[in-house]
Design a protein around this ligand. Sequence first.
Ligand code: MG
Length: 257
Amino acid sequence: MNHSAQITDTRTSRQPLPSLTGGVGGGSSVRAFLFDMDGVLFDSMPGHAYAWAKVMTAYGLPMKEEDAFENEGRTGIGTISIFTQRYWGRDATEEEAQELYRRKTIVFNEYMAARGGEAPEMPGAASVLDKVRARGLMRVLVTGSAQQSLLTRLEKHYPGHFTPELMVTGDDVRYGKPNPEPYLMALKKAGITADEALVVENAPLGVRAAVAAGIRTIAVNTGPIDPQLLADEGAEWVFPSMAALSAGLEDLFLEIK
Ligand code: MG
């Protein structure tokens, strides 16, 4: 099977890439991979999408699960307002947003409790991390999530890959994605420039944040959205899954020489 055939190469419609100083692992300027977490390392989006669609639709705001994937990374009130604008012609009030978000959280927690309480690992993610480590490259986590148990959970599923010094979480940032802030902060923590990093993201708004930080971005379309949405935000490569990225990683390393 030709893995490269699964890749949507979006660069034909773009400006030429700035040239690098060498190949990865052989004097390359790439020193780190910056990983988003939800929808990249853990398959956590289906529960959120289910809860959003169920609660919003019951409230008179028809929302599909796919819509939740497209809006991943927005704040609760930001997501709700997209639909109140569409159906009611106005933003959500603070009270409506709080009520809807409260209900969404209940449905989400029920969904997760029925499935062992924890989102499963994303298939292929461990393989990608291992290949990145084998190249001697840093792994940096950049997530909007702010759970206290984050590091414990990462260590349980992906032992030895992440350290607190190389993590940017929802607690660290003021604005969050799609603002470039979290990715700029990650570069600072890793002590590298934008040219020395690659980002792995699954959400259009996450891609937007990474591209706004000036970092070349690999999108993995682990949800049901149109891959063109990821390309349109500026992802240079779009893979259909983390497993496909793992299979295509050697070619990608050669390509960015
Ligand atoms: Mg994500």
